[in-house]
Design a binder for this molecule. Structure first.
Ligand code: PEP
Length: 246
């Protein structure tokens, strides 16, 4: 089954709204017999974990962090460690999202350390990679190969890992997507990873996936699922995406 990872980014502003969106996701997940991973802001992680347990819906939704720190603890104001996430039962974390890389200046080296910390704590990293601007397939792939090699420099091939190919120019919820490019790039990323690690690693697509374009993507078996940002906050979009992604 293809994976669905929702990324709420810095949304919503209240716990009440967050709980409502969780229930929207779960109602569709139940209807279409799917399980969804949802990456929520740090402040909601333990509150929503409890909420999900109380409601008995742990089989339909799992929570992910959107980031973690490359240090285990200490004088790093504002940061959250992989150990803290593990302690409250979180199983996944997005790492190297383009908004972290380009708004908050995260480097490939820091991302590599984050991957190491995350796997040491048995948190599955969801590594986001993607070229900045629309360019030729060759240039984009060269850029991504470098990103992957640097970001996974400390990665051991038997550790769990999910990769999301997210062309940065396609992120934003309403950008034009290029399905053929996404499929071709995912094929290349997968064979690059197989050569490097001698095993298959799931590669998802992310970048303005929504109800208007999901039908174009789902027919491709190469795409192992979707990382969805903006549309993951809207009930109708959530329902359509979960219905389509099998
Ligand atoms: C994302 O947050 O990774 C993302 C793909 O966002 P959007 O769907 O809004 O483009």
């Amino acid at each position: 089954m293809k994976k669905i990872i929702f990324n709420w980014k810095e949304n919503p502003n209240t716990l009440k709204e967050a709980k409502k969106i969780i229930l929207d996701i779960v109602s569709s997940a139940k209807k279409y017999n799917h399980s969804v991973i949802t990456a929520v802001p740090f402040v909601y992680l333990s509150l929503l974990s409890e909420f999900i347990k109380e409601k008995g819906i742990t089989k339909l939704i799992e929570l992910s962090a959107q980031n973690l720190c490359y240090q285990d603890g200490g004088a790093y104001t504002g940061e959250v460690s992989s150990k803290m996430l593990k302690d409250i039962g979180i199983k996944y974390s997005i790492i190297g999202h383009s908004e972290r890389r380009y708004i908050f200046s995260e480097t490939n080296e820091q991302i590599s350390l984050k991957i190491e910390k995350s796997t040491l704590s048995k948190i599955v990293p969801i590594l986001c990679v993607g070229e900045l601007q629309k360019t030729s397939l060759e240039n984009a792939f060269d850029f991504i190969k470098k990103q992957i090699s640097e970001n996974l420099s400390g990665y051991q091939s038997n550790d769990s890992l999910i990769v999301a190919y997210e062309p940065v120019w396609a992120i934003g919820g309403d950008k034009t997507v290029d399905v053929e490019l996404a499929v071709e790039m995912i094929k290349r990323i997968k064979s690059f990873l197989v050569k490097k690690y001698d095993r298959k690693i799931e590669v998802l697509y992310g970048g303005s996936v929504n109800s208007k374009n999901i039908d174009e993507f789902i027919k491709f078996p190469e795409i192992n699922g979707f990382l969805v940002g903006s549309a993951s906050l809207i009930k109708k979009e959530i329902d359509y995406i979960i219905k389509k992604v099998k």
